[in-house]
Design a protein around this ligand. Sequence first.
Ligand SMILES: O=C(O)CCC(=O)C(=O)O
Length: 239
Amino acid sequence: MRLSEAQIHQYREAGFLVVSRLFDTETALQMIQHYMKRRAEGPKSGDSGGTTDHPEDPNHQYPRMINMHNWDGLTGEWAMQATMLELVEQLIDDKPVLRQTMLYFKPPGGRGQALHQDEQYITIDPLIGVWIALDKSDRSVGQMVVVPGSHKRGLLQVEAADTAISFTAVQSVMPAGVEEFYVDMEPGDALFFDGKTIHGSYMNESNDRWRRSFICHYIGENAEDFDPPQGKHVSHLRH
Ligand SMILES: O=C(O)CCC(=O)C(=O)O
């Protein structure tokens, strides 16, 4: 699939791009059924239910899974799907290498993830995230939030997040004059975002709707590791 010049321009300028129906609705449903079964098997290496100061958070019962491609064949197939790789390659101008996969269940009432830059976690550039909605994702379920243009601000300082609403404890210090953009998505839609684009989500406020998402991160074949400056990596807040 070829992206138009306008789509590539949007990604470069805003730091994100939505591609509708990258996966069809049937595949999104198949992913939900597959990952609910895998979740029900019990704990997996790297599970993250979030900070323990809010034991009532249902994310603890359905922790986010990570790097499922290391133990689940279907994850590898979905993450290495040809169209996905073609799109990533056009956006990062390099051959994509899969770096990470995640499945965020975010049940009704689940906390979100405070706004951050992925390069505050994974110190490799370029880095790109692909966030695929498996359920309808809108304001009431705590859809994805991005900050347009924030990828041009470089790596930002980190600070403590409000763990009453975020299952992670660290967030980016928000630069002055920026605005949050709320991304409405349908099952199978994909949000591509730069490793320095500030993004995250708020709580799932609904009583009965899940906000499941399949998330892949890629680096370029020629990507380089970097040392984050003091105060700009999530680990810097933990000691
Ligand atoms: O799904 C979310 O709410 C946040 C996900 C995220 O931060 C990420 O994929 O890097």
